[in-house]
Design a protein around this ligand. Structure first.
Ligand SMILES: NC(=O)c1ccc[n+]([C@@H]2O[C@H](COP(=O)([O-])OP(=O)(O)OC[C@H]3O[C@@H](n4cnc5c(N)ncnc54)[C@H](OP(=O)(O)O)[C@@H]3O)[C@@H](O)[C@H]2O)c1
Length: 379
């Protein structure tokens, strides 16, 4: 099969690098163009990420393929003139608003940035949850006169929560959802690592060979009980993702939701304590079975990046734990545990863990693109 040429925007950053490793041996897609800021433009990808150099910005254990390392990185401002059939975006949101919109005039864009999440004519797509919202693409194309589209991924904190709520909402309904997150530090982008490395140099310290291993030290022994705009994003996106698509609009699901988000010293994986009240009575066993049996479109269509089990229920009382469980189903599942009934009427509580830079970022966006390709939205 001839593979579809794809481009990556923000290819040198944390999520961009993940796009590279998830796309470089993909059965359907082939990386042809890499874009970043003017700082990286004109350099080979190897030079731009300092691959193999002492001050490397390559964060991952995986190795980029030789032909990828040799691609010349271009300035994202040139991307609208590119020749790929789809663009994956890992740009900071402010830049994404302008650049993704320019590209979408001609080409599809699948994005991890939040720029196009909240417009009337836009939606976020979480594979296995809201395939019916994909029809919003036509609404977006009509309202903006685009031939392409922008499909943003939901916020990484929303993803684990919504995946766990979806089958429960469908079967028992929901009255209330209250969530407290314990989010890993790998959501902060490479800027935080560079800053930390600078501080270490100033203090005469050695630079670690693999920066990512040291990243939690920025936050070591600490909890930061505030992540800018995170709670608003989670609340807004959750009810929209579970909402109904009718007459070109998405009507948000009607349950109450509150949340509190925290950054904790964990490298990868967002852990969330969730309290729910269902509409219909349920038992703990029924909830567990509903999760375990759940399969969505990515599983029915056997998409290459899909987890076999999108929701995994752990039996042990003290799991899931990010250190041990974040890579279950290669980081593409919501891992649920500690399910209990509580004192409230139809009240339950559980823990859910999801991988913020796999399902929650690049690999999740690749899965979204696989679905869009399979249904003919990417040609
Ligand atoms: N990290 C996560 O867990 C996560 C999860 C979900 C979604 N996201 C979203 O994904 C996006 C990327 O996040 P990240 O963590 O990968 O960020 P990052 O590590 O800071 O990388 C940013 C990328 O964008 C480029 N860039 C920065 N400023 C630019 C500018 N003014 N013009 C053009 N290009 C510019 C950088 O290029 P240079 O290298 O040339 O500077 C780099 O390639 C963000 O929108 C973020 O909110 C992140």
């Amino acid at each position: 099969m001839k593979r579809i040429p794809v481009g990556i925007l923000g290819a040198t950053g944390e999520v961009g690098q993940k796009f590279v490793v998830n796309l470089q041996n993909h059965p359907w897609f082939e990386i042809r163009e890499l874009y970043a800021s003017e700082r990286s433009a004109g350099l080979t990808y190897a030079r731009a990420v300092g691959y193999g150099e002492s001050e490397s910005r390559w964060f991952l254990k995986e190795t980029p393929n030789e032909e990828i390392l040799e691609i010349k990185v271009k300035n994202v401002r040139e991307a609208a003139g590119g020749e790929c059939k789809v663009y994956f975006s890992a740009l900071p949101s402010k830049v994404a608003l302008e650049i993704e919109g320019e590209i979408a005039k001609q080409h599809p864009v699948v994005s991890t940035a939040s720029a196009y999440r909240y417009f009337e004519d836009s939606f976020t797509y979480l594979p296995g949850v809201n395939e019916e919202h994909v029809a919003m693409i036509e609404v977006q194309q009509r309202s903006r006169g685009w031939k392409g589209f922008v499909v943003p991924q939901p916020n990484c904190t929303t993803i684990g929560l919504v995946l766990s709520l979806k089958p429960i909402y469908d079967r028992f309904g929901l009255q209330e959802v209250i969530m407290t997150s314990m989010q890993s530090v790998s959501g902060a982008g490479y800027g935080a690592v560079v800053e930390w490395a600078k501080q270490r140099r100033e203090q005469g310290g050695d630079l670690p060979s693999e920066l990512s291993e040291y990243r939690p030290k920025l936050f070591e022994g600490n909890v930061i009980p505030y992540i800018e705009k995170e709670e608003e994003k989670v609340k807004k996106e959750t009810v929209k993702l579970l909402g109904k698509f009718e007459n070109g609009k998405i009507f948000p699901a009607e349950f109450k939701i509150a949340c509190k988000c925290n950054r904790v010293p964990v490298l990868h994986g967002h852990t969330e304590s969730v309290f729910i009240r269902t509409r219909e009575p349920a038992t703990v066993e029924e909830l567990k079975r509903t999760w375990s049996e759940y399969r969505g479109e990515p599983q029915h269509l056997k998409l290459p990046s899909a987890a076999e089990r999108p929701i995994v229920v752990m039996k042990e009382r003290d799991r899931p734990q990010p250190r041990f469980d974040v890579l279950i189903e290669k980081g593409m599942a919501a891992v649920v545990g500690g399910v209990e009934a509580n004192i409230f009427e139809n009240g339950f509580q559980y823990t859910v863990l999801s991988h913020n830079t796999e399902l929650g970022a690049a690999k999740g966006a690749v899965l979204a693109a696989e679905y869009l390709y399979k249904i003919g939205r990417i040609k």
